[in-house]
Design a protein. Structure first.
Length: 278
């Protein structure tokens, strides 16, 4: 049986990590506990983070948000400020799992799992999220694109934890869009997903675009080539369709039990064109 430790402060957490080297830390446990039961992971000790106040809550500031790593997905979905200023993130969270999963799962857990199919990751990429990483001796901040280094892999070092996520309120982006395609409408891993922020001029032309695809590469894909080609084009399906060859060059999907690579590539293009139809 695993030994479960329940620190209530960061100082208690650092002591637990020192006393139980190799322990697994978790919050909601929606991913880790499943793997432990299936014997895909092993740990003599588990450290639960959900009782540490410094890791919880959502703080709205004048120009952005700081979301604790242990803030639940339900808390994010129901936060009025998030729904108003970050609808792209709220839309993604709404597609993730079921209400019980969202009640347990945390934003920090979704990030640290680093799944290419993680629903919150494409929105966090287009929002230029910054993660705050803490250790017993220091804190550091880095862009999420640098924090996630590969499938299931992050830049966390020994005795480091993800403490919080910082997000700026995107100013002037008329369109905040998220959509995913799965094998069913609910409780499905994404075959492909797309998060988008689009700024539209009074004349109806695209001024700026941020685009991030999930489930079509080892990490979330952002394409500078696509984002730089769109400004100046009239907002609509034709504009997004015109960059289809660049999208196909940018994505690098694989074949798996959910879909083959060719299908994922076509869905990546289709999802982009659907923005212009919204």
């Amino acid at each position: 049986m695993n030994n479960i430790l329940l620190p209530k402060t960061l100082n208690e957490l650092w002591s637990c990590l020192a006393d139980a080297p190799g322990a697994c830390v978790y919050a909601g446990g929606t991913d880790l506990l499943v793997k432990l039961r299936a014997r895909q992971e092993q740990a003599l000790s588990l450290i639960c983070l959900e009782r540490i106040p410094e890791l919880t809550g959502i703080r709205e500031e004048a120009h952005g948000f700081q979301i604790g790593a242990c803030a639940t997905l339900t808390e994010i979905l129901e936060h009025p400020g998030v729904r108003k200023h970050l609808p792209v993130l709220a839309k993604a969270v709404a597609t993730l799992g079921s209400p019980p999963i969202r009640n347990m799962g945390t934003l920090g857990g979704n990030i640290c799992t680093a799944s290419p199919a993680g629903d919150t990751l494409p929105p966090l990429y287009v929002l230029d999220a910054e993660v705050i990483v803490a250790s017993p001796s220091s804190e550091r901040a880095l862009p999420i694109a640098e924090f996630i280094t590969g499938p299931g892999s992050t830049g966390l070092k020994i005795n480091e934890i993800l403490k919080a996520i910082r997000l700026k309120k995107p100013e002037g982006f008329t369109v905040q869009h998220f959509e995913k395609v799965g094998q069913r409408k609910a409780l499905a891993c994404a075959v492909a997903s797309l998060a988008a922020l689009v700024k539209i001029s009074p004349a109806g032309c695209i001024e700026a675009a941020r685009l991030a695809w999930g489930s079509v590469g080892p990490t979330v894909i952002r394409s500078t080539a696509v984002e730089e080609r769109l400004p100046g084009l009239p907002f609509g399906p034709a504009a997004f369709g015109s960059v289809a060859p660049l999208v196909l060059d940018a994505v690098h999907p694989i074949d798996d039990i959910r879909a083959d690579a060719a299908y994922r590539r076509q869905v990546s293009v289709n999802l982009l064109q659907r923005i212009g139809s919204s």
